[in-house]
Design a protein around this ligand. Structure first.
Ligand SMILES: Nc1ncnc2c1ncn2[C@@H]1O[C@H](COP(=O)(O)OP(=O)(O)O)[C@@H](O)[C@H]1O
Ligand SMILES: [Mg+2]
Length: 225
């Protein structure tokens, strides 16, 4: 479970408050969307709940552990083994093949050989195993995003965080990607938090955290503590 307690985020000086004391819980195996207009604080909230950024005030607890109590090494271990990330722009490494890109998180942990089979299984599931030896520049945008999803999943993360993963794709590819994220949530016990400003994609989720100007709207009040 991920629990946010009184999450405040401010940027700049003088400080501009972007998140105004948010309280929420994301339960195990849930698929939650974080939706709202551009600038409402969705990405900021996702980065904070996924260990990539710190709140100005408040606490994030992952499986009961306050992230503030973890040292640099422990946070890194959590990120590498327990969390998968997908972004709007995929950040694949151009000099690595598709398979090597998928295996990147395993490489950091010295697990390339033991994960190769699973990496190829994921590429097969994504319908792109035939592209395993190609380089990112030889793929379409939709194919590249599927590689990024496989990479996010290769360590069997408990949590998958996605920030507008379809933002750069046409409708057909966006629907394929959304369906895959939904299948991952249903079939592999991965808790999913998906940021989107598109109500159609928010509806793929079991539950919606709807942000208005850095506050959780009444529309999603069922998740307030
Ligand atoms: N690193 C930053 N420095 C200053 N302001 C920021 C930074 N990141 C986000 N903001 C501001 O915080 C607000 C929320 O941004 P963001 O979380 O990216 O919104 P969303 O993802 O919903 O479009 C915006 O007004 C944005 O300009
Ligand atoms: Mg954003």
């Amino acid at each position: 479970m991920i629990e946010g307690i009184n999450i405040v985020k401010e940027f700049g000086s003088p400080p501009q408050r972007v998140l105004h004391g948010l309280n929420f819980k994301i339960l195990d195996d849930e698929f939650v969307s974080i939706s709202g207009r551009s600038g409402s604080g969705k990405s900021t909230l996702l980065y904070i709940m996924s260990t990539l950024d710190h709140p100005t005030e408040g606490n994030i607890l992952i499986d009961g552990v306050d992230l503030k109590l973890l040292n640099f090494k422990e946070i890194h271990f959590l990120r590498n083994t327990g969390i998968g990330f997908i972004f709007q722009f995929h950040y694949l490494l151009p000099e690595l093949t598709v398979l090597e890109n998928v295996l990147l998180p395993a490489r950091n942990l010295g697990l390339i050989d033991s994960k190769r089979g699973y990496a190829r299984e994921l590429l097969n599931l994504m319908g792109i195993i035939n592209l395993e030896s190609r380089y990112p520049s030889q793929l379409s945008g939709g194919e590249q995003q599927r590689v990024a999803i496989a990479r996010a999943l290769v360590m069997h993360p408990r949590y998958l965080f996605a920030d507008e993963p379809t933002g750069n794709l046409d409708t057909i590819n966006a629907n394929i990607v959304m369906k895959m994220i939904q299948d991952i949530n249903k079939n592999s016990k991965t808790t999913v938090c998906l940021v989107t400003h598109d109500p159609d994609y928010a509806s793929f989720a079991d539950r919606e955290i709807y942000l208005i100007n850095g506050q959780i709207s009444e529309r999603s009040k069922d998740i307030l503590i």
